[in-house]
Design a protein around this ligand. Structure first.
Ligand SMILES: NC(=O)c1ccc[n+]([C@@H]2O[C@H](COP(=O)([O-])OP(=O)(O)OC[C@H]3O[C@@H](n4cnc5c(N)ncnc54)[C@H](OP(=O)(O)O)[C@@H]3O)[C@@H](O)[C@H]2O)c1
Length: 268
């Protein structure tokens, strides 16, 4: 028998998962709750004869309910949809930032909760998602959740729920730090006399290419950096400025610390 999966919230992240779930259609059936589906998502649901926005009454039980909504919609979604989808066996997978598993269990009336933190490259299947699984979740539930999260990219298991604050700070917010570096490099190029569009293309493509090289070479960032740094050369001159007195390491440490603190505050 096919696993019955409900997705509540088919926006950027939910939609990205749904695209990948097409490969699981032989073993799983999907029902999607999304008030404003994009044309692409509506077409995907129609193509696979999945169900969009049915009356939730009487649909329980689902093997797994995936919450892809924003935290501010959580209460209303529990009342209007989730309570009608679950029984004591249902696995609840949440990607909502800042809402802990005990709160999710209390609000959804489900004991088997998995809380995951993806990041924006997940929208194109190049992200990384770390999850915490409450100890009572049966192994098959965890395996199901990993399959459902995999379309977003790599999936990593955590040892403690508290680690999600550090995950949020490193990989959840991380893409923004890389975009900021691309912005800063382009601005510096412009300041050195390059035309703005050219400076942006040089900086952006450098970030894109460096990421792809890191992905494909199998080498560490340190090894790749050392390989392009000749003694007394231009890269060495720039790296010296970037690392002077701790430099970028100190700054990034402080930035991540601030993000961890904010994540803890939001989660309270
Ligand atoms: N984007 C990221 O990088 C990222 C990273 C980590 C975690 N997250 C978490 O992932 C979650 C989703 O983020 P996202 O970027 O995918 O947000 P999003 O694009 O806004 O998707 C949320 C979707 O939920 C829908 N929704 C609202 N009310 C609903 C209801 N009553 N029933 C069913 N669906 C409803 C929204 O529809 P409307 O547009 O019509 O309101 C929207 O399509 C958030 O909790 C966020 O914290 C996101």
């Amino acid at each position: 028998m096919k696993n019955r999966i409900a997705l509540v919230g088919g926006g950027r992240m939910g939609g990205a998962m749904l695209r990948g779930w097409a490969d699981l259609a032989d073993t799983m059936d999907f029902v999607v709750f999304e008030p404003t589906p994009s044309a692409e998502i509506a077409k995907l649901i129609e193509q696979h004869a999945w169900t969009l926005n049915p009356d939730p009454k009487g649909l329980a039980p689902f093997d797994c309910v995936v919450l892809g909504i924003k935290p501010q919609h959580f209460t209303i979604v529990c009342d209007q949809i989730v309570h009608d989808l679950v029984d004591e066996q249902t696995i609840m997978v949440s990607i909502m930032a800042g809402i802990g598993t005990s709160k999710i269990a209390e609000m959804t009336h489900v004991q088997h909760v998995i809380r995951a933190m993806p990041n924006t490259p997940g929208q194109i299947g190049k992200g990384i998602t770390a999850y915490w699984c409450v100890p009572n979740v049966p192994f098959r539930g965890q395996a199901l959740a990993i399959k459902l999260l995999s379309p977003l990219g790599r999936v990593e298991k955590l040892q403690h729920e508290e680690q999600l604050d550090a995950v949020t700070a490193v990989s959840g917010s991380g893409p923004a730090y890389v975009f900021l570096l691309a912005e800063a490099m382009a601005a510096a190029g412009e300041a050195e006399g390059l035309e703005r569009g050219l400076a942006e293309r040089l900086a952006w493509q450098t970030v894109i290419g460096a990421g792809a090289l890191l992905a494909q070479s199998g080498q560490s960032p340190q090894a790749l950096r050392r390989a392009v740094t000749s003694p007394e050369g231009t890269t060495a001159a720039a790296t010296e400025v970037l690392t002077e007195g701790g430099g970028i390491f100190t700054l990034v440490r402080r930035a991540i610390e601030a993000a961890v603190l904010r994540s803890r505050q939001i989660g309270k």
